[in-house]
Write a protein that binds this ligand. Structure first.
Ligand code: SAM
Ligand code: SF4
Length: 421
């Protein structure tokens, strides 16, 4: 998800976090708007909706989300949030003008805490303001413990087509290190319930290389994932984010930091097992069973699409201009109630910044980077990376090899700086 301040790690979502610099494929969200335009006259238009509520905070997570105790006395509430999102949608429609929405992604935080009725109202509001393009993809993230067969039936009825569930691991002791509240079995059951409810596409998020996770733990997790029949998997190396409970535990010596070599070996295991089961990688951290199962909303972030991010801390991008909202839900709602935009800042991307993002994001895709986007020194670096077994270059496009995917950030740096990996 660029997502909230964390969607590209899985944050490319509308609460954007930093772009991952780990040598290993990581994150789910926070990336930034991207880069290479597909050949169509106008880029796809997405709407991201950030739900800033969680029942409890997982020890590793630094997303823009709040637990009930953190909101006591602030005046923020799910209903206040919904009113404010509706006001921001009106603002978006006045700013953008008539434009049907190709993809909707309700992320968080924990959207499933809102329940199917409120999620349906969010989607109705998008329909009433912009309208949905035919065949629009409509996704929501959900935590396994706040879902049920009735929940999935409700969101399917409301028009959602895709659900993304945070499973993370099938090993109970790994879930404990991550401070997850659900049992391993609940995530698997939730995925099956979502499929049975008729949701066309179901994703499971995994976190790997958590301290204490063994190769056997990950292999059993992958068995459990494949047994559900989901058509999409996102897998992220555990990132120790500053300011989190996990970072404090690592600093105190209670837990070892995740090991890069272990992360690389675990990534290879994930890629081998998913590929053997017919799920191909299409982005370094994402695998899908078919082209139709790829997340079109995230592809919009990665391929220079336009999107409006609604909600506290959400990021937006329209034609090279980026802006982001205030992070606290009470402040966000107060600004909109007062008739003011909830914007906290904005930037016009320079040509250099756009180029850097285009290279960085396109290279993470299995469709690869058009070599023509590189300057002379970048092309020399690409040939060197190819000779080193990190890139395949064919038909004018450079695609990371399996080893190159383990060193994706280094390859990007080399192509931009014209230096060796
Ligand atoms: C917004 S959460 C998913 C929805 C829901 N809140 C949940 O946790 O089930 C997005 C995903 O980001 C990933 N994630 C968050 N923080 C991470 C971190 N520090 N390291 C690696 N992955 C992380 C997790 O896989 C998580 O499922
Ligand atoms: S439930 Fe999801 S968004 Fe909430 S704290 Fe945990 S990982 Fe972060």
């Amino acid at each position: 998800m660029l997502g909230a301040d964390s969607h590209g790690r899985p944050r490319p979502g509308p609460t954007l976090g930093p772009v991952q610099q780990s040598p290993y494929p990581t994150s789910p969200t926070a990336t930034s708007p991207t880069a290479t335009s597909p050949s169509r006259t106008s880029p796809p238009f997405g709407v991201y909706v950030h739900v800033p509520f969680c029942a409890a905070r997982c020890g590793y997570c630094d997303f823009n989300t709040y637990t009930p105790s953190e909101l006591v006395g602030s005046g923020a509430s799910p209903d206040g949030w919904l009113d404010a999102v509706r006001r921001e949608l009106d603002l978006a429609a006045r700013t953008v003008g008539p434009r049907a929405v190709d993809t909707v992604f309700v992320g968080g935080g924990t959207p499933s805490l809102l329940g199917p009725a409120r999620l349906g109202l969010v989607l109705d509001a998008v329909r009433e303001t912009f309208g949905l393009a035919p065949g629009a993809e409509v996704s929501t993230e959900s935590n396994p413990e706040s879902t049920s067969p009735e929940f999935f039936a409700g969101i399917a009825d409301a028009g959602f087509t895709r659900v993304s569930l945070g499973m993370q691991s099938a090993a109970r002791h790994v879930l404990a290190v991550l401070d997850r509240r659900h049992t391993p079995g609940r995530a698997v059951a939730a995925a099956k319930e979502a499929r049975a409810a008729g949701l066309a596409h179901v994703n499971l998020d995994l976190i790997y290389a958590t301290p204490g996770e063994t190769t056997d733990d990950l292999a059993a997790t992958l068995d459990a994932v494949l047994d559900t029949g989901v058509d999409h998997v996102s897998a992220y190396a555990l990132i120790v984010e500053d300011g989190t409970a996990l970072a404090r535990r690592v600093a105190r010596g209670e837990l070892p930091a995740p090991d890069d070599d272990v992360a690389a070996a675990r990534y290879e295991l994930i890629d081998d097992r998913l590929s053997a089961a017919g799920m191909g990688w299409y982005e370094v951290s994402n695998w899908a069973a078919s082209a139709a199962a790829q997340c079109r909303h995230n592809m919009g972030y990665w391929l220079d699409g336009d999107w409006w991010g609604l909600g506290p801390g959400a990021h937006s991008h329209l034609s090279g201009t980026r802006w982001w909202n205030v992070k606290h839900p009470a402040r966000y709602a107060a600004l909109l109630a007062d008739g003011q935009p909830p914007e906290a800042g904005r930037e016009e991307l320079t040509a250099t910044e756009r180029h850097t993002e285009r290279v960085m994001l396109a290279l993470r895709l299995a469709s690869g980077l058009p070599v023509e986007l590189l300057d002379d020194t970048g092309r020399v670096a690409a040939r060197t990376a190819s000779a080193d077994g990190l890139l395949d270059i064919a038909d004018g496009r450079a695609v990371l090899t399996p080893r190159g995917r383990l060193l994706a950030d280094g390859v990007v740096h080399a192509l931009l700086a014209g230096a060796p990996v």
